[in-house]
Ligand binder design. Structure first.
Ligand code: WT7
Length: 632
């Protein structure tokens, strides 16, 4: 097992060692895993191409480390504890032994359908155990998984399937979500009608009794293909730098990109960070409420916890079903020890009132985690007072899809916490704040752009099929550094607070979105001439979506508004629907024709009286019109 730090002295020592001698530091952590063939060098890197390799020439299979290796010591311990959407439905438990055989059966089923090392398999599934099983089955045989959040539209799914050239889609028939039963297979059918020409098999897990359409050439039932398979399956030998998975995420331009993570470094870093950030102890029950469709679910529901031999809970439902006490009821029911959720959920539940958590015994909770967006002070305090009762340190964990694991965070009970501060870098992580020219600001009590100047094991390797894009987005803004796209401040004592994105990416309820993506969707409407989308502060969602739309021939009424929302839902999914749409006759532009989003952001954020000098605009007159019509 990787090291678990348990005092401030150890943290300081580990941090110092990881900076003075990173290779030795990570070599030692790497050596705690099961390798089919040991690595012969720890790190090779340059941030110019970029080309980063960890655990060179090591051969391994991550599932042997997640599963096989635990059988002797904890074969009967619960690995996955599944809590259904419907609180009266039975829970499911998979011990490490049971999970291993379920994964092997699935792996053999995938092989029967011709899936082999390097093939891509897309998942479009709700939070059922079969999602985790399927993901691990891919890893078992060296297939590359790409999980698509099941709230995305058929078009968004098809885009991802096409980009990955996936050979298989694994989905469910329907998805229970609160009181709704969502037709998942129908969305996959729709995506298949649009494109997805690379797909040979759609594997359908039966989750409900709903009717679905069936295409006899490509559709297969999970239970028919998998249940009768052998529970033994040799783990494929993978190189440390073979791809483990692709996960699509939004950027400031163009279509979502496929972030690539590889086997060796990702394994070491997710295990190391899980054990330290959550201070998981033998026998604890750990619950992360994220969806496996996002990186948080990959690293801290599936891989990190299983690598560490933990009991990890998977929750099928939503925080407010059947009522706003559900999270706390589940914490009491399963005596949850570490609870990890997003600020947007905390704010939504806080708004429902203190009586909900007060009804339940939350005394098992030792650590509270927050992830996905900046947590405001009010939410931090409520979480601390009403959930942790002042006894459970809050770890405000900053990281990204691209970082693979948590990079900046307090360590509970070890380093101090301060509301809204992600605070301290993990050992092995070297964050810096830079100015617009890339000069590093060494002093405390400053703001700057957040970069990381040295590689850590789970850093993004490439963007799938387009290495140039990876280089341009992350490694070209500032030479020799990984640029996060976030702005941050460092306080007088050296703690870091991540303020938010400095690019055209917005964060809505912890979901990352490119404003350009939303604009492209809106512009698909035939009556839209042009649009501009910005984020604005939103009490629950963190950021809301504000769209400025120019139309020529259409009456600016509620029907049109609804058509625009429907267009966005069709192109991306309901999570990208604008909260506000303002119809305008023009957009403020520079003389070179660029939209001045800064102005639009200010207007949407009720800061329209403070626009500064707008006289250099091509069309300054339009600004007062927009201000007068602003929906604030
Ligand atoms: C962006 C990454 C990390 C997994 C889930 C989101 C924002 C994330 C924090 C935090 C302030 C945060 C950043 C980052 N973010 N965590 N603790 N404090 N901001 O992953 O979708 O890749 O989004 O989320 O802006 O760049 P993601």
């Amino acid at each position: 097992m990787t090291t678990q730090i348990d005092s401030l002295e150890e943290y300081k020592k580990a941090y110092q060692e990881s900076v003075d001698n990173p290779e030795d530091f990570w070599k030692k952590q790497g050596e705690t895993f099961v390798w089919k063939k040991p690595f012969d060098q720890t790190l090779q890197w340059n941030f110019e191409e970029p080309n980063v390799k960890w655990y060179i020439n090591g051969k391994l299979n991550i599932t042997e480390n997640c599963l096989d290796r635990h059988i002797e010591k904890r074969g009967d311990q619960t690995a996955i504890l599944w809590e259904p959407n419907d609180p009266s439905a039975p829970i499911q438990k998979y011990s490490y032994r049971e999970l291993l055989s379920a994964v092997n059966k699935c792996a053999n089923g995938l092989k029967e359908r011709g899936i082999k090392k390097g093939d891509r398999v897309v998942f479009y599934m709700p939070m059922v155990p079969e999602l985790a099983i399927g993901v691990l089955a891919c890893a078992r045989i060296g297939a590359i998984h790409s999980v698509v959040f099941a709230g995305f539209s058929a078009q968004a799914l098809a885009d991802r399937v096409d980009d990955a050239q996936a050979k298989m889609i694994i989905c469910s028939d329907y998805n229970h979500r609160g009181s709704k039963n969502i037709p998942v297979k129908e969305v996959v059918d729709d995506a298949m009608d649009k494109s997805c020409n690379s797909v040979e098999t759609v594997l359908v897990h039966k989750n409900t009794h709903g009717e679905i359409n069936w295409s006899s050439e490509v559709d297969f039932w999970w239970h028919e293909l998998i249940d009768h398979q052998s529970s033994k399956c040799e783990a494929e030998e993978m190189d440390s730098e073979d791809i483990l998975f692709i996960l699509y995420t939004s950027g400031s331009t163009g279509k979502p990109k496929g972030v690539v993570h590889t086997c060796g470094g990702y394994m070491v870093y997710t295990c190391y960070s899980f054990r330290n950030v959550f201070q998981y102890k033998e026998g604890d029950v750990y619950w992360c409420t994220a969806d496996i469709g996002w990186i948080t679910g990959h690293s801290y529901i599936v891989y990190g916890p299983l690598l560490a031999g933990a009991t990890t809970m998977m929750f099928e439902g939503v925080p407010t079903y059947p009522d706003a006490g559900r999270f706390w009821e589940v914490c009491e029911k399963h005596k949850v020890n570490q609870f990890y959720t997003a600020p947007t959920a905390i704010r939504a539940l806080m708004a429902k009132g203190d009586q909900w958590p007060a009804k339940y015994d939350l005394s098992s909770i030792k650590v509270l985690g927050s992830v996905g967006e900046p947590i405001n002070e009010e939410a931090w305090n409520w979480y601390n007072d009403h959930i942790g009762k002042g006894n459970a340190p809050i770890v405000d964990t900053w990281w990204q899809t691209e970082t693979g694991g948590i990079l900046i965070t307090p360590l509970p009970g070890i380093t101090d916490t301060k509301p809204t501060y992600a605070s301290y870098p993990m050992p092995g992580v070297q964050p810096v704040l830079v100015d617009a020219d890339g000069n590093i600001k060494e002093e405390n009590d400053v703001e700057g752009l957040l970069c990381i100047k040295f590689p850590w094991p789970s850093i993004i390797r490439t963007t799938y099929g387009d290495h140039e894009r990876c280089k341009n987005v992350y490694f070209s803004t500032f030479k020799g550094m990984y640029f996060t796209g976030d702005g941050a401040r460092r306080d007088k004592e050296g703690r870091l607070r991540v303020i938010g994105r400095v690019d055209d990416v917005i964060n809505v309820s912890g979901h990352r979105m490119g404003t350009a993506e939303v604009e492209n969707a809106i512009n698909e409407h035939p009556s839209v001439v042009e649009s501009a989308v910005v984020g604005y502060p939103h009490d629950i969602k963190g950021q809301g979506i504000y769209a400025y739309v120019i139309s020529q021939n259409k009456e600016l009424d509620d029907t049109f508004r609804k058509e625009i929302l429907a267009m966005v839902t069709k192109e991306i999914g309901p999570i990208a629907k604008p909260d506000k749409i303002q119809f305008v006759s023009g957009l403020p532009k520079t003389r070179s024709g660029k939209i001045m989003r800064r102005i639009l952001r200010k207007i949407a954020s009720k800061d329209g009286n403070n626009l500064g000098d707008i006289s250099t605009l091509l069309n300054p007159d339009v600004v007062s019109e927009i201000l007068n019509g602003a929906l604030v």
